[in-house]
Design a protein around this ligand. Structure first.
Ligand code: BF8
Ligand code: SF4
Length: 632
């Protein structure tokens, strides 16, 4: 095993500073400049007490003006804003999942969309009581994709996936009216409830926010995850690298950004082809490097070992290297700054989805009918663009860390099978992990998720929280930009066991895993709630009794709040390092941080000051309290 090499936050910040010098040279605008221009932020907006739901407003709540023109108070305004924030996130994740269903409907044995994991397809068909006997696998795939898409608009009943949760949890959801109905219906209900003159009661608004989040996590996101696995393969451990140094100066660099794994899969395949390599050599490049940012990056690293060049706030840095021939985006988390920024360099900026159309980009509509043509055009044009580099602008910071990624629930269970040495057959279960937890070798687990955010020192909380937690024998499962922060810092290197507590270090050695497990993209947080459900079923405990917490220390997006709502509603205490614009209402805050515990056995912990030590201690205390409560 090689020696552990961490990449520090200071090294990453120094690299960014160097790239900002290039930005200044070419007169480019960057987020660091725009943060200054936007500061200080509007206090009404920050507290969530501004309403512009009707044209009698906008109304802003102050001590002198405690009600809007219609009479709505701060609790109603904050609550309505929170519902709409959640609906934005839930709709976004879920629509991504729907797109995956349409792609699976177009799958054919000859490709390009194929069934890569027929075993998973059969397993889900059985779960959904669909007859599989004697059916062609592609016929079954089309039937299942159709059924999954119908879930978005089903007239009656709850999302199919909730049957995966322990019965106790399902009952809580149904009894407390947070069990998710059709995804589209929950989005509509959010918009209807928050129209002028409808709900203004904090309790009702918080309840609908949870149900909306549930339709995401136990609906659209789970569909996105599971059906992507069927099409592109269920992730298994694979070695890769992370940070800006994965780009190579003597190669054509193509960066994939966004969330949908489809186009990037084809681009990865093509970039390995002899024809494209020959084309690259012909323009003087040694090869082609495809790397990823944000959740598209997570999807292709988990399945293909493609390196992660950065996360959300690194998207401008990639272009500032001067060595990016093409940045190819699909949907979500794409800075509208990329258009103007790429124009300062030779970089081509491709938008490919009608959902994400941006000025100063080249729009090539990617569909199931033209998938390979689009991928070919982009790779060829990127290669041909190599010669247009402005050589004096090229600077790739030499920061790079090793990572092992690909820990789907299936991969974790398989990995655990290798360490089972007891008489009882525990194959295919989470029991070995439960034993590590009950014996105290591992104290518990934290699910670290979400974005980075200039309001917080970017990536600092992700990385430093994880380091402190693993030093305290707490294993981390991570996804989204949090996972990429960990990978860039080296925490997904198996050698990172060196900075773990003795117990976790031992487990990492025995199971041959890093202490921070990459579970995928943000829609893959659905994997985390499935894992929690499996742990609960295998241990006989309720999810809320497990020494497991969730944490989004630096999040910025509506999607993250939708996630927070389903994680908490699943029974997992959830720590936020940024206030979701609810501080303006004591009632909404009280419901979120305490009241909802009566419905779902968990609540939020909001750390508006995003203090590292307080957050670390808060999570450790929560885990230890849960251990004490079950007598371990
Ligand atoms: O869905 S963590 S910045 S990339 S929203 Fe976006 Fe946030 Fe990153 Fe993935 Ni998730
Ligand atoms: Fe103002 Fe009420 Fe209209 Fe909101 S709904 S803008 S609070 S009048």
């Amino acid at each position: 095993m090689s020696e552990f090499k961490q990449v520090t936050i200071e090294e990453m910040e120094a690299a960014t500073e160097r790239l900002l010098e290039t930005a200044a040279r070419v007169g480019a605008d960057t987020y660091q400049v725009r943060v200054k221009n936007q500061s200080p932020h509007c206090k009404f907006g920050e507290q969530g007490v501004c309403c512009r739901i009707c044209t009698m407003g906008p109304c802003r709540i102050t001590p002198k003006a405690p009600r809007g023109i219609c009479g709505c108070d701060a609790h109603g305004i904050v609550g309505r804003n929170f519902v709409r924030f959640t609906a934005g996130g839930g709709a976004t994740h879920s629509d991504h999942g729907r797109e995956i269903c349409f792609e699976l409907m177009a799958a054919k044995p000859e490709g390009p969309f194929k069934v890569s994991d027929p075993e998973k397809l059969l397993r889900i068909a059985k779960e959904w009581d669909v007859e599989t006997e004697g059916k062609d696998i592609y016929d079954l795939a089309h039937e299942m994709a159709e059924l999954a898409a119908m879930e978005y608009g089903k007239v009656r009943g709850f999302q199919n996936w909730i049957k995966r949760a322990p019965e106790h949890t399902q009952k809580l959801w149904i009894d407390n009216e947070v069990a998710p109905r059709a995804v589209d219906r929950e989005v509509s209900t959010c918009m209807h409830m928050t129209h002028m003159g409808n709900s203004s009661k904090a309790e009702a608004l918080v309840r609908q926010s949870l149900r909306m989040g549930m339709a995401d996590g136990w609906g659209g996101s789970m569909t996105g995850t599971e059906f992507s696995d069927i099409m592109f393969g269920t992730p298994m451990p694979v070695d890769t690298e992370a940070n800006l140094g994965v780009m190579k100066e003597d190669c054509v660099n193509i960066v994939m950004h966004g969330h949908d794994p489809s186009l990037s899969e084809f681009i990865v395949n093509l970039s390995d082809s002899p024809e494209m390599l020959a084309r690259a050599k012909a323009v003087g490049a040694k090869g082609i490097v495809v790397s990823g940012i944000c959740c598209t990056g997570n999807e292709i690293t988990m399945r293909r070992g493609i390196p992660m060049v950065g996360n959300f706030l690194a998207q401008e840095n990639v272009i500032l290297t001067g060595a990016c021939e093409a940045i190819v985006v699909d949907v979500q988390c794409i800075f509208p700054a990329l258009g103007p920024l790429t124009k300062c360099f030779h970089t081509k900026f491709y938008t490919t989805s009608k959902i994400c159309q941006q000025p100063m980009s080249e729009f090539i509509h990617f569909t199931t009918d033209n998938a390979m043509d689009v991928a070919t055009q982009i790779v060829e044009e990127a290669i041909d663009n190599f010669k247009n580099r402005k050589k004096d602008l090229v600077h790739i910071p030499q920061l790079k860390a090793k990572a092992t990624v690909g820990y789907s629930v299936e991969a974790i269970v398989k990995q655990l099978d290798t360490v089972t040495n007891s008489q009882v057959d525990k194959t295919g279960t989470t029991l070995p992990l439960i034993e590590c937890i009950t014996s105290g070798v591992i104290r518990g687990a934290v699910a670290m998720v979400g974005c980075n955010n200039p309001k917080v020192r970017p990536d600092y909380l992700h990385i430093e929280l994880m380091k402190k937690l693993i030093a305290n024998d707490i294993v981390i499962i991570a996804s989204g930009c949090s996972a990429q922060a960990a990978a860039r810092a080296g925490l997904m290197d198996k050698a990172a066991k060196e900075i773990c507590g003795a117990g976790l270090k031992r487990v990492c050695e025995l199971a041959d895993i890093p202490p921070v497990l990459h579970m995928g993209s943000c829609v893959d947080i659905s994997r985390m709630v499935v894992l929690a459900s499996e742990l609960a079923k295998d241990s006989g405990l309720n999810i809320s009794q497990l020494p497991v917490v969730g944490c989004a220390p630096e999040y910025m997006s509506e999607k993250a709040i939708s996630i927070g709502n389903y994680v908490v509603a699943t029974g997992i205490e959830t720590f936020l390092g940024v206030d979701p614009y609810v501080s303006g209402s004591s009632e909404v805050t009280e419901w979120l941080t305490s009241g909802i515990r009566d419905w779902v056995e968990a609540a939020y912990h909001i750390y508006e000051d995003h203090d590292l030590d307080r957050m670390t201690q808060g999570m450790i205390d929560c885990i230890e309290e849960k251990r004490a409560a079950i007598g371990i």
